[in-house]
Design a protein around this ligand. Structure first.
Ligand code: NAD
Length: 245
């Protein structure tokens, strides 16, 4: 018989990234044992085991997931990339590989970082709830693959097999070490390219502070149990107030 690993042994796929690193730091603070799996190692932290590898490589994943009971999957190619083949390979085929590797190595819970854009059709959404359907015409190819990725993870949820899943859908994330959102905004403004306005200036956009996104992921992981309503569900995550933009 297999000895079940401690529920505090987790792996963060994409743990070298902006969100991933914040998640790793909070998990350590909360007493988890953390393994990072990423194609690059961007920092060193005592107590963290780093595995450099591509999530499309099942053998590499299997090595990293030994004795792990909880996996956070927050790896993705940069949304701004226009490499369609890469999005398909990593977000869709790679996520399928992650699910298989989790199941083969006895991982019990998988928490996916999805995106709020999976329900966005291009027109305003206010107070949108999780019962909104997936976008039929996603705004870009990145989002198209995030939808497929989320479906794969949620459909893999199977209490009888002892493998349960949940997805968290943040919109824009900001906070310390943000490599994209705020730096790109500031840079565009500095170059004098922010002189246009969409709408009458009262548009609201949902940004979430990275620590709130992390908190949402950990809450989801800790409340994900075979008999809980979270199983196989997606949850939007936001701050209290949207940001005027
Ligand atoms: P990031 O680019 O900082 O981190 C992504 C990490 O994934 C990187 O460290 C990268 O090396 C790793 N990665 C990419 N391809 C990989 C592969 N094939 N194998 C292993 N590792 C790989 O991005 P982030 O902002 O931290 O985003 C994390 C997650 O959150 C992503 O799934 C993204 O879709 C989602 N998300 C981000 C935002 C945002 O505003 N940043 C908003 C909504 C959703």
């Amino acid at each position: 018989t297999r000895i079940r690993p401690s529920s505090k042994r987790c792996a963060v796929i994409g743990g070298s990234g902006f969100l991933g690193r914040h998640l790793v730091e909070k998990l350590l603070e909360k007493g988890y044992t953390v393994t990072v799996f990423d194609i690059r190692q961007s920092y060193d932290l005592p107590g963290v085991a780093f595995h450099e590898g591509d999530l499309c490589d099942k053998q590499a994943l299997l090595k990293a997931l030994q004795d792990v009971s909880l996996v956070f999957h927050c790896a993705s190619p940069a949304p701004a990339s226009d490499d369609r083949a890469l999005f398909q390979k990593v977000n869709v085929d790679g996520t399928r590989t992650v699910i298989q590797a989790c199941q083969e190595s006895g991982v019990q819970k998988l928490v996916l970082t999805s995106s709020a854009s999976v329900v966005f059709e291009g027109s305003d959404i206010k107070d949108g709830k999780e019962d909104l359907p997936y976008a039929e015409k996603p705004i870009d190819y990145y989002t198209e693959t995030k939808i497929q990725q989320e479906k794969l993870v949620l459909e893999a949820c199977n209490k009888d097999k002892g493998f349960i899943t949940v997805a968290i859908r943040p919109h824009g994330i900001f906070g310390p070490r943000d490599p994209q959102l705020v730096p790109i905004l500031v840079d565009t403004a500095r170059r004098g390219k922010m002189k246009f306005i969409i709408g009458d200036g009262s548009n609201l956009v949902d940004f979430t502070f990275v620590e709130n996104v992390v908190h949402g992921h950990i809450l989801a992981a800790e409340h994900l149990k075979p008999d809980s309503p979270l199983c196989g569900k997606a949850y939007h995550i936001t701050n209290d107030e949207p940001v005027r933009f």
